[in-house]
Design a protein around this ligand. Structure first.
Ligand code: B12
Ligand code: SF4
Length: 467
């Protein structure tokens, strides 16, 4: 007997902030929709970024009232959290509403309080939990579930992490559209985008990072899918560009090599984007194969050019190792993007401003740099709390110090940006992106023609931030 006739899996995010750029599908929600699809009458997957009419909660509520008996919402980001709460609160209270996701797991009590229509919150990885919900297992027997009962909230014990070798990969046929790079309503590239997740967890223990800590503070054990199943999934992907959204695709270089071999053997022709550590430079054979298999963009966590700070962050690398790694990586025609953190404990302005110089010395094509942040379970939280003069205003927020407050760090950020992204660098970046096929000539011409719309969107966003 099927308990729910029609479940709606809803990605509630839309809008035009950086965090909401519509480029990648909601991977976690797609895993959930796929896991429950054989156990309910029908699943509809709705990504509000692409559903203008349903961005109006009244229109969406009408659809839900008419069609839906189980509403499943994914809340993943800190960004826009309050707007998402407002939006969910306006949806029909009579329809059973389950939410899950990284941010939902961090904010269980708050969400129940803020959104009276939420009936259940799934904490952590939800594939097995949602199956039990739709099969009608009593709430008290579902581990990982928080739910309302007799006017109170019950939190069941934690669910064991699911075995990712047994979880079905996202069923792309549930989607209604392709994912494209759209910014302020302007399509930046003709390419279509997708994500594939081949492992979960990361064995490293960098102090600032909560990637491999699930939002319950548990270390997510590093687990691999078989490379064969990854290739089976890739065969269902129609997008031109695929992000391997693993924390680090090269944690196990032998496996990465096998994956490249299989991609080549199966003639899968895509542009692959990967998140990596510099350690991959020690495996030139894997890099050769990665280049052949279509790996073109490497997103690499460098974090700092300074050994003292790298040590403090427990990154497990040194400046010299970064230099040696880039001497190897720049031999390939990869697009190399580096992530940095500034505003670290004890870091001086001069040290922060070395980031753009260093990034140019090692020949990075582009960089992003973020202020040091403290997450709920980040090991760094204690260090900040114990260091005189350093503080943070909220969990998930930036770390400031008496010497470097919001204003000072903003000025430093602007200087890092302008020193790295000078005109020659911008020209280099665009040329490289074009040469390796990330953007085409017509894409650039189109973006240029739509420049006024892009600038207007940017200005509106800045205004909104100031308010
Ligand atoms: C890949 C990735 C990205 C990709 C996006 C991929 C995508 N598909 O959207 C990119 C590179 C674009 C990205 C960007 C950003 N990211 Co990111 N990203 C990740 C990463 C590494 C993996 C996410 C993932 O695919 N996980 C695997 C899936 C299966 O897990 P999941 O999403 O958590 O879903 C499971 C559960 O949460 C739950 N679940 C989820 N939804 C629902 C719904 C229901 C109904 C139920 C029952 C269950 C459920 O079940 C799912 C299946 O197990 C995570 C870290 C991590 N290891 O999780 C950070 C992470 C999610 N990102 C984070 C951040 C901050 C960002 C940025 C804001 C960074 C920035 N400053 O620009 C941007 C903004 C993204 C945006 N909205 O556009 C934070 C979020 C923290 C927070 N509370 O806000 C994380 C947790 C990293 C961290 N600890 O800092 N990111
Ligand atoms: S920064 Fe990268 S390598 Fe370090 S723990 Fe996080 S995901 Fe792993």
């Amino acid at each position: 007997m099927i308990k729910y006739k029609h479940a709606l899996a809803l990605n509630p995010y839309f809008g035009d902030s950086t965090a909401l750029i519509g480029i990648f599908p909601p991977t976690g929600l797609e895993y959930i929709a796929t896991s429950m699809q054989d156990l309910v009458g029908k699943v509809t997957l709705l990504d509000l970024r692409y559903e203008k009419a349903y961005q109006d909660p009244k229109v969406l509520s009408k659809f839900i009232r008419n069609e839906i008996d189980l509403l499943c919402v994914s809340i993943r980001w800190e960004s826009r959290f309050e707007e998402i709460c407002d939006f969910i609160s306006q949806l029909p209270p009579e329809v059973c509403t389950v939410v899950g996701g990284y941010k939902a797991t961090e904010e269980v009590e708050y969400l129940f309080d803020r959104c009276p229509n939420i009936a259940m919150i799934v904490r952590g990885e939800g594939e097995e939990i949602i199956k039990q919900i739709v099969m009608g297992v009593p709430s008290k027997d579902i581990r990982g579930l928080s739910y309302r009962e007799n006017g109170g909230i019950v939190h069941n014990e934690i669910h064991p992490l699911p075995d990712i070798t047994k979880i079905p990969f996202p069923d792309r046929s549930l989607r209604k559209h392709d994912y494209r790079m759209v910014k302020y309503g302007v399509q930046i590239s003709n390419h279509t985008f997708d994500t594939v997740l081949t492992t979960r967890g990361c064995p490293f223990k960098c102090k600032f990072c909560t990637f491999s800590l699930n939002p319950l503070g548990q270390k997510r054990s590093y687990t691999e899918r078989t490379v064969q199943s990854v290739v089976e999934e890739l065969k269902t992907v129609t997008a031109d560009v695929v992000l391997f959204s693993d924390d680090n695709l090269f944690t196990n270089p032998n496996r990465s090599e096998q994956l490249c071999d299989l991609i080549i053997e199966n003639k899968i022709k895509k542009t692959f984007v990967v998140q990596a550590r510099i350690d991959i430079a020690q495996h030139p054979r894997v890099l050769d194969k990665a280049a052949k298999a279509g790996f073109k963009v490497f997103l690499i966590g460098i974090e700092s050019p300074h050994d003292r700070i790298l040590k403090q962050l427990q990154k497990g690398i040194t400046q010299q190792q970064v230099r040696d790694a880039f001497a190897v990586l720049t031999q390939y025609d990869f697009y190399l993007h580096g992530y940095f953190i500034y505003g670290n404990i004890g870091e001086t302005e001069e040290e922060m401003l070395y980031i753009p110089k260093f990034a140019k010395e090692i020949k990075l094509d582009s960089i992003t740099f973020q202020k040091l942040r403290v997450e709920r379970f980040s090991p760094l939280k204690e260090v900040v709390e114990e260091t005189p003069g350093y503080y943070f205003n909220r969990i998930g927020g930036s770390v400031y110090s008496d010497r470097y407050g919001r204003k000072e760090l903003k000025q430093i950020r602007n200087r890092i940006r302008s020193e790295f992204y000078d005109l020659p660098q911008v020209i280099h970046t665009i040329r490289k992106a074009r040469r390796i096929g990330l953007v085409s000539g017509p894409d650039l011409a189109n973006a240029f023609l739509k420049l006024p719309v892009l600038l207007y969107g940017l200005a509106r966003r800045k205004m909104r931030k100031k308010i």
